[in-house]
Each structure stands twice: as C-alpha cells, then as structure tokens.
Design a protein around this ligand. Sequence first.
Ligand code: PLP
Length: 393
Amino acid sequence: MKKQTAAIHTGFQREDAYGSLAMPVYHTAAYEFTNAADMIESFCGRSDSPDYSRVMNPTVTFFENKVKSLTGANDVIAFTSGMAAISNTLMALSGAGKNVVTSRHVFGNTYALFSRTLSRFGVEARFVDLINLEEVKKAVDENTCCIFFESLTNPQMEVADVKALSEIAHKAGAALVEDTTMIPFTEFSAKELGVDIEVVSSTKYISGGATTIGGLVIDYGTIEGFSARMRFEMLLNMGAYMTPHVAYMQALGLENLDARYRLQSSNALELARRLREIPEIKEVNYVGLEDNPFHEISKRQYGPTFGGMITFELSDREACFNFINSLKLIKRATNLFDNKTLAIHPASTIFGPFTDDERKAMDVLDTTIRISVGLEDVDDLVADIRQALRHEP
Ligand SMILES: *Cc1c(COP(=O)(O)O)cnc(C)c1O
C-alpha cells in the first residue's frame, strides 16, 4: 500500500464483533483473561493481549500500527504528549554520567528538560551548534548516549545535515534521536537518513486541527533493546501512555494529514511571498523560499514541501505587541498546525520564563513574530496582517 492508502486502510488487530468501520474507543482500564496461562503470556509481554491500559490499549495500538505502517518502523509507542515522548526516550537512553549532545535551538521545554531536569539526575547536556559539524565531533565522546536535534528548529528555522550527524553519532556508538514534529513522517524517511529514534509531538500536524495532546516514539530497531525498555520499563514505571480517546482522535487526524499538510504548505509559501512585499516587515523567514539558506538541504532531506510555519521580523518588541493586539482574524495563541492561523511573539511567551542571557544564547529575538499558517484563504490572512501592521481600528 502507498502511504496515503495505508493512512486510511491499516487494519484492526482483531476483527470487530459488529463490523465497525471506525476503530472503537476501548474505554477500559483492564482486560479479562480466560485462564492463568494466558495471563502469564500477557503480563510477561509474550502475547498481544492487553492486560492493563497503562501499557497497552487496543485503540492506542491501532493508532501505533497506523504510524508503523506509514514509517516502516520496528515499533511505535504513543505517549500522552510530545514532552512525554521526549522525556521517556531520554530517560531510557541516558543515565548518571552520560551526556547528550544537542543544540540550544530546540523547543523551549526540551531545552528546560536538558538544562533543569535531566541535569539533576547527573545527565549532562552539551549544547553545540549542530550546523558546525567540527563542533559536534568535538563534543561527542564515549559517554555520549545520543545526539538529539530537531528537523526544523523553531523559531530559528535551522535545518541540520542528518546523514552527517548520523555518521558522527554512530562512530561514537551513540544513538541519533530526531524530533520531527515540524515535518510529518509521511513526507520523508528518517530511517534512510540514518535516524535511530524519531520523536514527534502528535499534538501538532497529526492531531487534525489541534484536537488533542499526544506524542510518538518511532523506533527503527537499530538500538539494542530500546523498544523493550520503553514498553517494559518506561510505560510501566513512568505511566505516560496515550489514552484511548486521544488515540481515536489522532488516528482520524492521520487519515487527512496529507491533504491538510499540502494545503498548509502551499498557503505558507504564498503567504511568505506576499509578506515580503509589505514594507513594515523587515525580513520573512520560511524555508520554502528559494533564497533561504536552508532551502536546498531541507528539500534534499525532507522533500519539496516546507510546512506551515513562518516567522518574520518587525522593528521592535512594541511593534510586535501592537501587531499581535490588532489581529482580528488570526488567533493569538501558541500551538502549531491548527486548521486556524495562529500568531505568537515567542520571546515573551514560550521563551518568557528564560533569562535574557538564555534567550540570547537560543537566538530567540524580541523582534520575531511566529505564524502557524492554517487552512484559510490566503487573501484573508494577508488582509488581516496588513491591517494589524497599520493598527487600523
Ligand atoms: C510542541 C512541541 C513539542 C512538545 O509537544 P507537546 O505535545 O506540546 O508536549 C516538542 N517538540 C517540538 C518541536 C514541538 O513543536
């Protein structure tokens, strides 16, 4: 099956008693067994019969199987949020005395997970410029458990060379972990680029119009024992497995992801081009623009569409706040890839809890506005942005 067909037609694990076309939502905590032998098989992980919904649930398994058939992964594990997927992955891979080589150009909470949480457990985060491969090589040593990076950083909009990072990681016996939230896994093959483990905030593109919070860990089977540790240690001991209702919503989102992604990407490209003509906007940053420094590498690695996130620069913080306050159609909100277009001033919100020095080190500027482009008609988006920049009443 081609990807779009698999997104629609991945089968149920067991035949449904009523021939339901939609996967039923199994709102249950536990499952009954017919005998002691079956219980042993299930509790010891030797059968696909669920025992308890902290570790397995038929609706969640169905969602995981859809992602598995779309990515060709060995295993896919769904979590309650993108952060749960990331934190559980890092806890499974690391330990006291280990280090993670990563960048300051990562999602704000991921940065805080490294700098504030994992550091308390003896895991060192080494922040480097992942575009500078010599710097990466120098930072990696025998205690490096993984190199962690994002496909397209936000709001800096940087794209690292995945195959080069993979080579460096594997030479040192470390895993390559990629957060691919910004470019859906339906668009490219992380496995072919040399990624060992993909983590995704399925809250964003996959949920289908910002319906629910969720996360995915996509394991390509290259790290010995990783998936077993995730299922039998992390799910059991940390308890952040996805819930069945969320899995139901996100499996539906996955069915129309392709159509939404294509429209969001073409809207974003048109919007980026038209924003360049507006004099109040100093600079438009979108990887889909041909003169963007990361355009070619993004196209080579992730394909010919560039997603729905744009940033642009205004003259100062005050101009940003005036703009945000004057929007009429575009929503003042965080989140990415809702069906509605959203605008935010990242420095004062998502990165607000950090110090000035930290923001500076992360290259989060006071002049940047981030737009998550939705599925509206671009004419209406341009009109709203133009009026907001001129503060028309
Ligand atoms: C939103 C986001 C996360 C966190 O995901 P949640 O589902 O909000 O927990 C992680 N990484 C990236 C790149 C994100 O955009």
